[in-house]
Design a protein around this ligand. Structure first.
Ligand code: ADP
Ligand code: MG
Length: 348
């Protein structure tokens, strides 16, 4: 494929090319791309705003992350933050810093992922900014969403005796990243330009890393079931760290049962292959984009009936602290360490 230098289109030509296939889908988007500012009309809703900055070399590595996937993920992780407030994402703005390595085709690939995410989640692209960059690719996405008055769920509402719940399974995206990094170094060491990594049987963990989804479906199910969580957040930095956020914001403690943490079979196999402690990976891995939430004990039966939701523990008084209850009944204080710190002190 022939590659087009961005200078052949110019900044405005590029913006035009990138944004022309984004028809507006929401009535709250009054004016999208093409003026000095977008115009949004949220009537009597509460407006939610979240933003994320992604830097090449810090948050992603273009050697093994396809640009289309990168665009999809960059958008979806913002949607996830809006769902985590019990809201609905409606608009995004996308700001780009492009170094001279990037061609029109590269940026179009990135935008094809953003477009797919916008179509699937019903979100409008309403603006952005485009600039040259000296240090590789920079992507910043801001997402605007709506919530109903009185229905927004904060991190601060958890109460002692509430049930702790999490959607989906944990640790898979982290194990997917380990696999990608390993195959990337094997490829480099092989010296073969056409080295083919072996990903057979590992599709799920790769997809969880490269193409995560926001749990729109869980928000809809909770709504349908008439369950209003008392607190909620999405799991981006690892369950352990997110539990501590909820405990701190709500002024409570918690108990999480090791044997209740949902883990997929492929995650378990990969952890075994890497000789890593599985529960540590699930607690500290991150990038799961599942929803962690609390519900009153009286919602026990209703929440148990929800497909794809696990009850993993309960909220306690603050004096009891936040702890993991191991399979043999020991209580280990939860720590908000990333994987590396945790791993180095571990005796598997
Ligand atoms: P300004 O000079 O006012 O910053 P720009 O020329 O940067 O305006 O942008 C023109 C229009 O294109 C605006 O509506 C802006 O939001 C939009 N835009 C600019 N860059 C992007 C981008 N990377 N993605 C989407 N929209 C963009
Ligand atoms: Mg601009």
């Amino acid at each position: 494929m022939s590659e087009t230098e961005i200078s052949t289109l110019g900044e405005f030509g590029l913006i035009d090319r990138l944004t022309r296939d984004f028809p507006l889908q929401n009535s709250s988007s009054k004016k999208g791309v093409g003026d000095d500012a977008a115009v949004l009309d949220y009537k009597d809703k509460e407006v939610l705003v979240t933003t994320d900055l992604l830097l090449e070399g810090i948050h992603f590595d273009v050697r093994y992350v396809p640009l289309k996937h990168l665009g999809y993920k960059a958008a979806v992780v913002n949607f996830s933050d809006i769902y985590a407030m019990n809201g609905t994402p409606r608009q995004i703005t996308v700001s780009l810093g492009l170094s001279s390595r990037f061609t029109v085709e590269h940026v179009e690939a990135l935008y094809s992922g953003i477009r797919l995410a916008c179509e699937r989640y019903g979100v409008d692209l309403v603006g952005g900014d485009t600039s040259a960059s000296a240090t590789g690719l920079v992507i910043s996405i801001t997402c605007i969403g709506e919530g109903e008055k009185g229905k927004i769920v904060y991190r601060s509402g958890a109460q002692p005796t509430d049930l702790l719940c999490v959607s989906g399974d944990l640790g898979a995206a982290y194990m997917g990243l380990q696999l990608l990094e390993r195959e990337n170094s094997v490829a480099a060491a092989s010296g073969l330009p056409d080295f083919q990594p072996d990903f057979a049987g590992k599709e799920y963990i790769l997809e969880r890393q490269l193409k995560p989804e926001a749990r729109k479906d869980i928000i809809e199910e909770l709504n349908k079931a008439g369950i209003q969580p008392t607190s909620m957040m999405d799991v981006s930095d690892g369950l352990s760290s997110e539990l501590l956020h909820i405990c701190k914001a709500s002024g409570v403690g918690c108990r999480v049962y090791e044997d209740k943490i949902p883990i997929d079979y492929q995650t378990a196999c990969m952890a075994e292959e890497f000789n890593m402690n599985l529960v540590t990976a699930a607690l500290n891995g991150g990038e799961d984009y599942e929803l962690l939430f609390t519900v009153p004990l009286t919602d026990h039966d209703r929440v148990k009936a929800l497909p794809g939701v696990s009850v993993i523990g309960y909220i306690t008084k603050p004096e009891l602290g936040a702890a993991l209850v191991t399979r043999d009944g020991q209580e280990l204080p939860l720590k908000a360490q990333g994987w590396n710190a945790f791993y180095s002190s571990e005796t598997k």
